[in-house]
Write a protein that binds this ligand. Structure first.
Ligand code: BTN
Length: 263
């Protein structure tokens, strides 16, 4: 099914998110599009969607595999009134919002892997990439990019991620309307965004921890050539991971790829 943009317009009327939706059948990256729009002054709440991305961006310069018509590739422009050092709260908030939506389709099988991968039955179903434009020490805007594997079948995944990635259809056995999922996603994101901007990070941190799959587990975090091992304890008020390392010394990690150590 393709998009019904008129219906989207109606559903998002009066809302903060989705009041403007830009659709591309194909684009390089919805994050790149949203970033250019942000630079040109696009309003907070502007949404970009595409049926296919030819250079979908993943975290840490990776590519996000983006075949046509089966998944959700979307980016949102935010202009939050928060300090630039708090910008890492945004993708954590988005992870909670996505997890919250997916939980209703697959109860009990949703997990969050730090910093913001959403998993179904321990396999990655959604990736989140936020890119901030900071101007004179303040956030000008943030592009929040979300990719959800929706109706993609196993053979559509590149072989090297077949054992670690999944889609909604693979986990539930039923096809999903991308249109309905998009609506639910942005309604829920708006709810959690307001929670963040009006009431702070506490409730989001708590909800994130409810979904977290790594707490109290021995994990390793890789960043470039560096690997840190420790026991995952918590996240702090900016979404950094708190680890117990040797002799119960506590350290904070703010970026990297985390995996549970299986011994
Ligand atoms: C990750 O590596 O986990 C983050 C993946 C983010 C992918 C989404 S798809 C929509 C948006 N546009 C992009 O180019 N990337 C994000």
């Amino acid at each position: 099914m393709t998009w019904n943009l008129k219906e989207l317009e109606k559903k998002f009327a009066g809302k903060l998110f989705g009041k403007k939706v830009c659709y591309y059948a194909e684009t390089a990256s919805t994050n790149d599009d949203a970033f250019s729009m942000g630079m040109a002054g696009a309003a907070e709440g502007t949404v970009v969607i595409a049926d296919r991305q030819s250079r979908g961006r993943g975290r840490r310069q990776r590519l996000w595999h983006s075949p046509a018509n089966v998944n959700l590739y979307t980016s949102l422009i935010l202009r939050p009134q928060i300090h630039s050092f708090e910008s890492s709260r945004i993708p954590i908030m988005a992870g909670v919002a996505v997890a919250d939506v997916l939980e209703s389709f697959c109860p009990g099988c949703v997990g969050l892997k730090w910093p913001n991968d959403v998993l179904l039955n321990h396999k990655k179903v959604c990736g989140i990439l936020s890119q901030a434009r900071i101007h004179q020490g303040r956030i000008d805007f943030i592009v929040l990019g979300i990719g959800i594997n929706v109706n993609m079948s196993l053979d559509q995944f590149p072989e090297e991620i077949r054992h670690t990635a999944t889609s909604l259809i693979m986990q539930t056995g039923r096809e999903f309307s991308r249109q309905e999922l998009l609506i639910r996603l942005y309604e829920n994101l708006e709810k959690w965004y307001k929670q963040l901007t009006q009431n702070g990070f506490d409730a989001i941190r708590k909800k994130w921890l409810d979904f977290a799959i790594m707490m109290n587990q021995n994990i390793q975090v890789a960043f470039g050539n560096e690997i840190i091992e420790g026991r995952a304890k918590d996240i702090d008020s900016d979404g950094a991971l708190i680890l117990f390392v040797e002799r119960n010394k506590e350290i904070k990690v703010s970026a990297g790829d985390a995996t549970i150590i299986k011994r």
